[in-house]
Write a protein that binds this ligand. Structure first.
Ligand code: ADE
Length: 255
């Protein structure tokens, strides 16, 4: 039976998953992280809180592969939009990921991972298609009944869009107009920015493990990025994560 590693950076993003696993989850602590192995909607999963940043994400991904022999890795969490067509409440599924803060130039080309020879890591298209279908199912059938109406109004979540494209990662929370503009100019096709996905992607690439990263947009990475962050995480993002993963594992998909 397939075993899936599920990672998030923030507690809120996996809290409900752990509740659902309940007593079926067996906790193993390795390298200061708790890995919960058990049954999630009929699938053998290992759920873990990586904490924030690329190093944390890389350590966690290696452990999932080495100690738990997962067959695939899925990362869920929030991100800041850096593309005008990507709005708060939308979902971005990465088809490729880059580390926007890697720079060994002029020894190696900007953005290239030194001695690996590539700058972009491709996510597994077949998992992506299932996540896209699951996200559409969640939006069409579950969102309105899952979120409270105040949050739907406050964050304008009447009809979120599912995007597929480039996600960029770096060890910075981007919260300034100039920061967003700099990233837009540097990597024009990037849809959103976060702090872990491309590290998970690099580890999975090097270990030849299929992976996917999907993100709910929590902010626009500008001066207001941190304002509603906690409220969004608590009232919106954690329900997106569980809703989409539930649909994915139960194979309930639109499209
Ligand atoms: N995750 C969510 N919002 C983010 C931002 N603005 N910058 C980096 N990571 C994020």
């Amino acid at each position: 039976m397939k075993k899936i590693g599920i990672i998030a950076a923030l507690h809120e993003e996996i809290a409900i998953l752990l509740d659902v696993m309940g007593d079926s989850a067996h906790k193993v602590t390795i390298g200061s992280r708790d890995y919960y192995q058990g049954n999630l909607y009929g699938t053998n999963c290992v759920v873990v809180l990586a904490r924030i940043g690329k190093v944390a994400a890389a350590i966690t991904t290696v452990t999932l592969i080495h100690e738990f022999s997962v067959d695939e890795v899925i990362f869920t969490g929030v991100a800041g939009s850096i593309n005008k067509s990507v709005k708060v409440g939308d979902i971005v599924v990465a088809d490729n990921l880059m580390q926007h803060d890697i720079d060994a130039s002029p020894i190696f080309p900007r953005y290239e991972i030194p001695l690996l020879g590539i700058s972009r890591f491709r996510a597994e298209p077949s998992i992506n298609q299932q996540i896209i279908n699951s996200a559409l199912y969640f939006i069409d059938n579950k969102l309105v009944n899952t979120l409270d109406s105040n949050s739907i109004k406050k964050f304008n979540l009447s009809s979120p869009t599912v995007h597929t494209g480039t996600i960029i990662s770096g060890d910075q929370f981007i919260n300034s107009k100039s920061g967003v503009e700099h990233l837009r100019e540097a990597i024009p096709d990037a849809l959103c920015v976060e702090m872990e996905g491309a590290a998970v992607a690099q580890v999975c690439y090097e270990y030849e493990i299929p992976f996917a990263v999907f993100r709910t947009i929590s902010d626009s990475a500008d001066d207001s990025a941190s304002l509603d962050f906690s409220s969004f995480l608590l009232n919106v993002a954690r329900f997106y994560s569980i809703g989409i993963i539930k649909a994915l594992l139960e194979n309930k998909q639109s499209g």
